[in-house]
Design a protein around this ligand. Structure first.
Ligand SMILES: C[S@@+](CC[C@H](N)C(=O)[O-])C[C@H]1O[C@@H](n2cnc3c(N)ncnc32)[C@H](O)[C@@H]1O
Length: 286
């Protein structure tokens, strides 16, 4: 029996992730913003409802590497947000994670658990209910592990931006991308990794940004983490069409190694203001 099973016996066989302090900080950021989101929208007479969408929901509960305790994941977080969300959509592609979500969140009448690839589920089952004329507003968390398997597609981000009703957080999996794709010499990256990153970005333009042919024709790396971060931020604004995309927060491990950028994008200036305050507070902790 795992140490944590004493705390939640119903999760004894559940597939839970062990998470580092950076993931706990991410969850705290999401919680703070979610509370501000519902607090602001609940004062608007025109708003018919607030919807939370966790597109890469996970099991709902994690095991902290730091405290060796259970830590509620982003879906459980959403259940506890006050003022309350009116609808909570949890999507995961992994059947075992879906079972945990059912155990932990399934009794809450606001919750819909939708198994499958979020790129398709968002398009078919979520976006149609969040049109501008619905007077619903949404907060969508896009938190993949990396760019493998069925990665987040740029088209999905663009589709959410086009709705003009949804704020998003995106985990840009920098470590995975640096390790597999943005290598010193691009020729050393697998074609599949290059293609996956292009699908994530919705373009191959990152190649010209990050690489230049040297005298021998080899593609040498000229860009760094800041280069790609600002380029992707700008793309969320100018290509996806979100009006407000602040500088992302860089999540690092305990040794200062870069893990991922957490982006936020919205059509509302007040949303950006709230997030800038939250990011400022947590940047000091990273
Ligand atoms: C980093 S975890 C999510 C953690 C969660 N956001 C939290 O903070 O508690 C990523 C999850 O995405 C799921 N996943 C991976 N690809 C997916 C896809 N295309 N659609 C939906 N879920 C996916 C994985 O099964 C995994 O549970």
């Amino acid at each position: 029996m795992r140490e944590m099973d004493n705390q939640y016996p119903e999760l004894a066989n559940a597939k839970l992730d062990e998470i580092g302090i950076w993931s706990e900080i991410k969850i705290a950021i999401l919680r703070e913003y979610a509370c501000a989101f519902t607090r602001i929208l609940k004062t608007k007479a025109w708003c018919r409802g607030c919807c939370y969408v966790d597109a890469f929901a996970g099991a709902g509960m994690h095991f902290s590497k730091t405290t060796r305790e259970m830590v509620p994941g982003s879906p459980l977080n959403a259940l506890l947000v006050e003022p309350r969300f009116d609808r909570i959509v949890l999507i995961d592609i992994d059947a075992e994670k879906v079972e945990s979500l059912k155990t932990l969140c399934g009794n809450d009448k606001r919750v819909e658990i939708l198994p499958g690839d979020c790129n398709e589920v968002l398009y078919d089952k979520v976006a149609p209910s969040l049109t501008y004329s619905s007077y619903w507003r949404g907060l969508c968390v896009l938190d993949p592990y990396g760019i493998h398997g069925k990665p987040l597609r740029w088209q999905t981000i663009k589709h959410l931006a086009d709705l003009r009703t949804v704020d998003i957080f995106i985990n840009f999996p920098l470590m995975d991308i640096n390790r597999n794709t943005l290598r010193k010499d691009l020729a050393n990256a697998d074609d599949a990794d290059v293609a996956a990153f292009s699908e994530f970005c919705g373009t191959e333009d990152w190649k010209d940004l990050m690489y230049q042919p040297d005298l021998f024709g080899e593609m040498g790396k000229i860009g760094n983490n800041r280069t790609i971060a600002e380029w992707f931020r700008n793309r969320l604004e100018t290509v996806a069409g979100f009006k407000f995309v602040p500088e992302p927060i860089l999540m690092q491990n305990s040794k200062g190694g870069p893990l991922y950028f957490l982006y936020f994008a919205s059509h509302q200036s007040v949303a950006q203001k709230v997030v800038l305050d939250i990011f400022k507070k947590y940047r000091k902790m990273m």
